[in-house]
Design a protein. Structure first.
Length: 55
């Protein structure tokens, strides 16, 4: 019989705080004026919100 599989230990992602999304400021024009924020997936966890825990 095969041994039981254990779940890997995970912790919330630091940059996105476990949400899976991060906000970036949108800049336009030659003077690089800030016009708002845009959200996208977190590149640290690829949108999962969790990263493997270091033991």
């Amino acid at each position: 019989m095969a041994p039981r599989k254990t779940k890997p230990k995970v912790k919330p992602c630091e940059p996105c705080k476990g949400t899976g999304e991060v906000s970036r400021t949108v800049l336009v024009g030659r003077k690089r004026r800030s016009v708002g924020q845009q959200t996208g997936i977190c590149l640290g966890c690829l949108g999962a919100g969790e990263i493997p825990a270091d033991d």
